[in-house]
Design a protein around this ligand. Structure first.
Ligand code: UDP
Length: 252
């Protein structure tokens, strides 16, 4: 990462970049200015667990150019390893990136979520960022045939930054198949961010965000998320503790 000291730490086999929010943004800003491509992954425990079960997804995660620690689960995992890491929420990070694109004239594309959601998100972003140039908008519900058409459209239009909101691992696998064909695009998988930008899903109040309890708020609001967190998150942390103890024993 030009001009930035790259610090990485493996968590159960996947390297996480230990950048602060501002450093990670600087890293992407540099890639924009230098006309480089990039795949940004906003990683969480669920993705690491899936990456260890699914070889293809694991490979895609390992090939990412920037892996930012999204969420308190990764923060806790790094804490177990003795590292104090700031959480870089993908939804906030992406919004700041859009601000840079609007200010400096880089085009963006939005792919994912339901049709009314992605349209509303685009309209809200255009209202918020005066000169924002969104050159591609497409909902995230398509079959294989439509997927080929979408790839063709994207390759032709080539937005400078493409935000892909298909949920994980779908969005990372989609990006991985496309990135060779779009050598000047920065890709980021943004999960449910369009739902937030559309105004249809509310973020947790700031106090929850500051305390690292946004997941708790979201789980209370959407109880179906419970099974995504339990028992996966505690199991993930137990595995990280075991990995850390094994590393310490090896070093001793
Ligand atoms: N989604 C989509 N196509 C699909 C499946 C999901 O566009 O085939 C969208 C969905 O509408 C939502 C986002 O992907 O906007 C996933 O949101 P979720 O909150 O599950 O993502 P997370 O951030 O938790 O990974």
């Amino acid at each position: 990462m030009e001009g930035l000291q790259s610090k990485k730490e493996p968590v159960l086999g996947f390297e996480v970049d230990l950048f602060t929010f501002e450093e990670a943004l600087q890293c992407v800003h540099n890639a924009l200015k230098e006309n480089r491509s990039m795949h940004i992954v906003t990683i969480n425990p669920e993705m690491i667990t899936n990456g260890n079960k699914n070889d293809e997804f694991g490979r895609v995660l390992n090939e990412a150019d920037l892996t930012i620690p999204d969420g308190v689960g990764i923060k806790l995992a790094l804490k177990v390893k003795g590292i104090n890491q700031e959480v870089v929420p993908g939804v906030d990070f992406s919004k700041r990136l859009i601000g840079i694109c609007a200010l400096e004239g880089y085009t963006i594309g939005l792919l994912g979520a339901k049709e009314e959601i992605v349209q509303k998100a685009a309209a809200n972003l255009r209202n918020e960022f005066e000169n924002l140039n969104i050159t591609y908008i497409r909902n995230g519900y398509f079959d294989e045939q439509q997927e080929d058409i979408i790839r063709g459209e994207l390759t032709e239009i080539a937005p400078r930054v493409l935000f892909v909101a298909l949920g994980s691992p779908k969005q990372e696998l989609f990006i991985s198949k496309l990135k060779q064909k779009m050598p000047r695009t920065i890709f980021i998988g943004v999960g449910g961010s369009f739902d937030v930008w559309s105004g249809c899903v509310k973020r947790a109040p700031e106090i929850y965000q500051k305390m690292g309890l946004e997941w708790l708020y979201r789980t209370v609001k959407e109880p179906s998320r419970f099974k995504r967190i339990f028992p996966a998150l505690p199991l993930f942390l137990i595995q990280v503790i075991i990995e850390t103890i094994q590393q310490k024993i090896k070093q001793a």
